[in-house]
Design a protein around this ligand. Structure first.
Ligand SMILES: Nc1ncnc2c1ncn2[C@@H]1O[C@H](COP(=O)(O)OP(=O)(O)OP(=O)(O)O)[C@@H](O)[C@H]1O
Length: 625
């Protein structure tokens, strides 16, 4: 799906006009349905004027019939045959008004239908699709910077606000302009000075609308921010419900949520206060017009300069319609501000640069051997603080590289550079001798199996979870992967075996079972490279050996990077890398490292190779030095 909203405003605050031009370009693709809505609304308008005019004709006819004086102008020159019974004439006009009303009702039905399709089917689905598709392509840095609350809001309520620009601004402005022109034209054709006198309040109205729009803008922005916070709080509370209950913090979280809801409520109230004050103000101003009409128009009728029915009465009805349209200004100004705030936030997502992209001409790689090399790699989240510094390392195909180090020393970040979740700031990472930036991103990721400390499982069948990376995998392939990951037996013990449906996030499985499914998922890809980021960290010691058995069979024949704190894994590794504050401070086989003085030997001797203990030992050693 290509972005039709694309523009050059990336990363910078766009002014309202640029935003409006861009929204109009977006609206252009819905021109047919917009046009249909406009045509229907215009026909409804014509019928309204027709009815008003016919009612005026009926009054004038009665007046002429009763007083025997005055002129009567029949619409389109169609007049009843001479000698027709006056009652039949009035009845005929009444039937025409009734027919117009039926036609109007039919058109209003189609108008409502077209508007709903335009809004809910065309615009909202299209916009949501664009935002969702873009979010799938965005790199990790984007998600590091944007909390999930703001992202959820951008896909949901901001998209809704943005679409308001089309149906509540573009279409409404058009309909309002056409109505105003037609009403004005009709009124001017009857009496120019009276029309001008009736519009004396218009400049005040225009000024007030601008003031109102300016007042609303910051309020809508703040409202979106407060909503983001509220949604984030809610989604975190749902995800961390176990933790909240475990610490008996329900009341505290409830209070937090209530405060945030209250803040949203207060902001909304401010907005409602503004809008509900503006609407009666506009209504009041338009009533002044009616007073002018009655005084001046009444005088003209008495003087015989204006017909009563098609003049004063029709004028009053049209002025009322005119005023209703003008009163819409408040709603339109409100929609403009709301939709521009939403659109700005939607465009921020659509314009966010996709940092990690495949090159235009990627190097063709037939078969990946799995050789990984880091050459003088430096990496950080912000330019002033490097997380990894001057990393050089090499893993030959099929080798096991164990990574040990204190908590926060950069173990996970080092691994995250291999599937190109991030690019290094300096230096390069090579796969089979090619810089990762020269290889197609999909090729890299299909050849890298990853098992994290905690893995996300979808509320789908076990088979679908295992074949997540390759949905077309056969049942045999899925079972083979599950057997390698030592998961087959527990899966078969479940009521529906591989077709058993997992609860949200796999919560009906134990931690060890979840990890084994994650290993099966990684193995199914038959990757040349396996990244195991401390897969036993969140597992109790009893289950740990089951996971280790799964890992042992999974890593055979693959280049494996494993964050490890088990001696057996470290001994088995071809190379152990010891990280401290983003730098490799020791490297070599376990036996070699045990010959050297340093953090590794101290940690092994104290049987404290886990990241927390290594952090303490590293700190103690630094103090000694
Ligand atoms: N998204 C992020 N934005 C900014 N800093 C980050 C981000 N992710 C990690 N860091 C920082 O990078 C450093 C290294 O983190 P990393 O997760 O690689 O450590 P680790 O050695 O794997 O730790 P642990 O053993 O606790 O898992 C830490 O100081 C951490 O605060």
């Amino acid at each position: 799906m290509g972005s039709t909203l694309g523009g050059a405003e990336t990363g910078q605050k766009t002014d309202n006009w640029t935003l409006i031009k861009r929204l109009l370009r977006f609206a252009w693709q819905f021109r047919t349905r917009c046009l249909l809505v406009i045509v229907l609304q215009s026909l409804i308008l014509c019928l309204t004027i027709g009815s008003v005019n016919l009612a005026g004709v009926a009054i004038d006819y009665l007046k002429v019939h009763l007083t025997g004086s005055g002129d009567l102008v029949w619409p389109l020159g169609i007049e009843p045959p001479p000698g027709t019974d006056p009652f039949h004439v009035i009845l005929g006009i009444g039937l025409c008004v009734g027919l117009f009303a039926i036609l109007r009702a039919i058109l209003e039905y189609y108008n409502e239908l077209s508007r709903s399709l335009l809004i809910h089917v065309d615009i909202v689905l299209r916009l949501r699709g664009l935002v969702y598709e873009k979010m799938q392509r965005l790199s990790f840095r984007f998600f590091d910077k944007n909390a999930s609350g703001t992202l959820i809001n951008r896909v949901t309520s901001d998209v809704q606000s943005t679409r308001a620009f089309i149906d509540q601004v573009v279409v409404q402005v058009f309909v309002m302009s056409v109505s105003l022109i037609v009403y004005l034209g009709y009124m001017l054709s009857y009496h120019v000075p009276l029309t001008l006198a009736c519009l004396v309040t218009t400049p005040i109205l225009a000024y007030a609308s601008t003031w109102f729009a300016k007042k609303l803008r910051p309020n809508y922005l703040k409202n979106s921010e407060l909503m983001d916070r509220m949604v984030l709080n809610f989604s975190e509370s749902m995800q961390g419900i176990q933790m909240i209950k475990g610490f008996a913090l329900e009341k505290l979280r409830e209070k937090d949520f209530e405060e945030q809801t209250q803040a949203v409520r207060n902001k909304r109230q401010e907005i409602f206060w503004l809008t509900s004050n503006f609407a009666p103000f506009v209504g009041g101003l338009t009533q002044i017009n009616l007073i002018v009409l009655l005084a001046y128009g009444g005088y003209l009728v008495i003087q015989g300069q204006l017909p009563l029915g098609t003049g004063l009465v029709a004028f009053a009805a049209l002025l009322q319609q005119f005023s209703n349209q003008v009163a819409n200004l408040a709603g339109i100004a409100d929609s403009v501000q709301q939709s521009l705030t939403g659109a700005r936030r939607v465009f921020e997502v659509l314009d966010a640069p996709v940092e990690i992209q495949s090159p235009e001409n990627p190097v063709p790689l037939e078969k990946i051997q799995g050789e990984i090399r880091f050459e003088d790699v430096t990496f950080g989240f912000d330019p002033d603080r490097s997380i990894l510094r001057n990393i050089d390392l090499e893993a030959k195909p099929g080798q096991i590289i164990a990574i040990a180090g204190a908590t926060g020393s950069g173990k996970s970040q080092l691994m995250s550079l291999i599937p190109r979740f991030y690019d290094p700031e300096e230096g390069r990472v090579l796969l089979d001798g090619h810089d990762l930036r020269e290889i197609d991103v999909k090729t890299i990721r299909r050849n890298v199996g990853i098992v994290f400390q905690e893995n996300f499982l979808f509320s789908n069948s076990i088979a679908a979870n295992i074949s997540f990376g390759n949905p077309s995998a056969t049942r045999e392939q899925i079972e083979k992967a599950a057997r390698i990951a030592c998961a087959h037996d527990f899966i078969m013990a479940m009521p529906n075996g591989y077709d058993s449906i997992l609860s949200e996030s796999g919560s009906n499985l134990s931690g060890g079972q979840q990890q084994r499914l994650a290993i099966a998922r990684a193995v199914l890809l038959e990757p040349s490279i396996l990244l195991l980021d401390d897969p036993t960290a969140a597992i109790d010691p009893e289950t740990e050996h089951e996971i280790m058995a799964a890992i042992d069979s999974a890593i055979s024949g693959r280049t494996t990077f494993i964050v490890a704190h088990r001696l057996s894994t470290l001994r088995r590794a071809d190379q152990v890398i010891v990280l401290d504050r983003g730098e490799i401070i020791q490297r070599g086989h376990h036996n070699e490292l045990m010959q050297q003085e340093g953090l590794y030997r101290s940690a092994v001797q104290l049987q404290a190779i886990d990241p927390d203990s290594m952090a303490l030992i590293a700190e103690a050693e630094r103090r000694q030095r």
